[in-house]
Design a binder for this molecule. Sequence first.
Ligand SMILES: C[S@@+](CC[C@H](N)C(=O)[O-])C[C@H]1O[C@@H](n2cnc3c(N)ncnc32)[C@H](O)[C@@H]1O
Length: 256
Amino acid sequence: MKSSETVLYATDILGQRVTEYSEAKSLELPQHLTDYHAEIVRAQPTTSDYMISTFQSQALVWLARLMGAKRVLEIGVFLGYSGMVWSHAVGPDGLVTGIEFNPSYADKAHTAFAERGIQNCEIILGPALEQIPLLAPAQPYDIIFLDAKKSEYPSYLSAILSRSPPSSAGPNEQARLLRKGGLVVADNALRRGLVATDKPGENPWLDLEARNRSAYASDEDVDRLAEYNELVRGCARLEVFVCPLWDGVSLARLVD
Ligand SMILES: C[S@@+](CC[C@H](N)C(=O)[O-])C[C@H]1O[C@@H](n2cnc3c(N)ncnc32)[C@H](O)[C@@H]1O
C-alpha cells in the first residue's frame, strides 16, 4: 500500500475497515464522550464536523496520558466535546482551559459540562488573539490545542512562543505559557490535503472546495496553514511530527 493510501483520505473499503479495526483495538473512550459526540452529530449535522472524531480523541487521550499532561489550553471550544476529551485525559486533578469567542457555543459547552458533572473545564469568552496574552496559568500548560480560526494559527504560535521564553532568557518557568517539553497540537494542519497539493486530478476535495467554500476552507485558511507548517518546521525551538491522519494533526514539542 502506498503511503498516500493510508486511512486519512482513503475512501475505499479497506481504509474504512482498517480505521474501524484500529478504533476497536485502541483504548476505549468513556460512554459520556461517545454519547455526546453522537448527540451533536444527530442534532447539528451541518456543523458537527467542527468536532474532532472519536478516533482522533482516542489518540489525543493516549498522547496526553503518555506525557502525564495535567493542564491543557484549548483554543476553539465549540460545544465542548474536545474539552471533555481533554478533561477525561487529564483526570479530575487536571485542568482544561478553553478559549471560545461565540457566547452561544460557550453556553452550550458549559451546560454540557455541568450536566455530566465535569468540573475541570473552564471557558474564557473572547477572541483568542486578545485572550492568549492575558492568560496567567498557575503553572505552564502541558498541551496547547489549536482548533479555532485556521488563518490565525501562525499568530497563535507566535503568541504562544513569545509567552514561553527559552531557558536562556532566565529562570522564569512560572511565567511560561507552555512548559519545556510541552506540545502544540494543531488540528486540521493538512486541510483536506490542500496544503500538500492543489493540482487538479490529485485532490478530490478541490471540486468540493470550489463548490462550497464556506463549508470547508478558504484559500486564506490553506495559505496560513501552510505558513504555520513552515514556521513550525523552521523553528529551532520546536520538534514537529505532522501526522497524516484525520484532517492532519501537527504535533510540535517545545524543546526549550
Ligand atoms: C473547529 S471548532 C472547535 C471544535 C472543538 N475543538 C471540538 O473538537 O469539539 C472551532 C471553534 O473555534 C471558535 N473560534 C473561531 N475563531 C475563534 C477566535 N478567533 N477566537 C476564539 N474562538 C474562535 C469557533 O466559534 C468554533 O467554536
